[in-house]
Write a protein of this length. Structure first.
Length: 361
């Protein structure tokens, strides 16, 4: 490996730590192809950008050059895991374990995949294997408890869709999203509803898997086209994916949500998109509509003040920061924003940075 390639690899590692995956990809595309390490990194970066099929191809290229690398197979398995393809996840992990059976994390990931594939018995066997290899790893015991809890729930409940959904919501509240996914999938096998598919989409979004989130939310929309929250959640996934085109698509979804039910929160959230699209007038119109419905909402008042500050209308911004402080006199965020606006009024501070952080952060 030449020095230029080593330098690129070090730079990419730093970008990955900062989750700047697009920058990492741009840098890797400038590098010399051929090194398995480069293909491995391309696979990792593309997976985190949601480009799963491309990531798989890169891992295949790396594997051609290092056929006995257990970690390349495990990395490929994780892409399948992110794709909700449990069977191929297990298949690739079997290859990883064949090449190196001494890595407990391989068994842990295979246990997760088997659990989600509804193969609970073998899932428990795999997590027991991981524990036997590293008995000091606390997360293995936590995973075993989760698997045992699913076994218990299966025995205790009649496996009705409603009961499973209730347990899934409890897991979601505890941020145990994979467990929530497992139970919702079982619930859907019993009865398909828009509500269940919407919840499944939200679970995947909570795992930062926005592609799968969108897939299940689209299914929810087909089953329950009058459910306004589905359109809102589709919009949130599109915004998370980034890019102007996705923001434009998100705007259309909010429009549909508002057609169904003119909720103040929908106007508030849509104003964010208008701001991103630099349509400040429409953003202000949405905030005014939100405030007409809920005039004492702190978030709405702050957003209106931020827009005025962004437009350099400082006196109006201060007016709404003061209104926000009337509702929450001890709110440090509002005090800081007001202080920034006052400084800007004296022309000692450029407003752009802090107003954009307030509106978009």
């Amino acid at each position: 490996m030449d020095e230029d390639t080593k330098k690129i690899i070090d730079q990419v590692k730093e970008l990955n730590k900062k989750r700047k995956f697009q920058e990492a990809l741009d840098l890797l595309n400038k590098s010399k192809k051929g090194e398995p390490t480069i293909y491995n990194m391309l696979g990792f970066v593309k997976m985190n950008l949601g480009k799963y099929e491309e990531a798989l191809k890169d891992y295949d290229e790396a594997i051609k050059k290092e056929e006995n690398s257990a970690f390349l197979y495990s990395n490929k398995a994780f892409v399948y895991f992110r794709m909700n393809d449990w069977k191929n996840t297990i298949k690739e992990l079997n290859k990883a374990i064949k090449n190196n059976s001494n890595v407990p994390e391989f068994y842990e990931l295979r246990a997760k995949a088997k659990m989600l594939d509804d193969n609970i018995k073998e899932s428990l066997e795999d997590i027991d294997k991981a524990i036997s290899m590293n008995p000091t790893q606390e997360k293995f015991y936590e995973k075993k408890k989760e698997i045992q809890n699913i076994i218990r729930l299966k025995k205790e409940t009649e496996n009705t869709a409603e009961t499973l959904f209730e347990h899934a919501r409890e897991y979601f509240k505890k941020k145990e999203f994979y467990n929530a996914v497992s139970l919702i999938q079982q619930s859907i096998k019993i009865k398909e509803t828009g509500e269940l598919y919407e919840f499944l989409g939200v679970c995947y979004a909570s795992l930062n898997d926005f592609e799968n989130g969108l897939k299940y939310l689209e299914k929810a929309k087909k089953l329950d086209p009058k459910r306004d929250s589905i359109y809102r959640n589709i919009a949130k996934n599109l915004i998370a994916l980034g890019g102007i085109e996705n923001h434009k698509k998100a705007l259309k979804e909010y429009n549909k949500a508002i057609e169904i039910d003119k909720k103040s929160i929908w106007y508030y959230e849509r104003s964010y998109i208008f701001l991103r699209l630099k349509e400040n007038k429409k953003a202000m119109e949405d905030i005014d509509k939100a405030l007409k419905i809920d005039p004492n909402n702190l978030m709405f008042l702050i957003r209106k003040a931020d827009i005025y500050a962004h437009l350099r209308k400082i006196d109006k911004a201060l007016k709404y920061y003061d209104k926000a402080l009337e509702i929450d006199p001890l709110n440090k965020e509002v005090y800081n924003k007001k202080e920034g606006a006052l400084l800007a009024k004296d022309k000692t501070l450029d407003l752009k940075e802090y107003t954009e952080k307030g509106m978009y952060g």
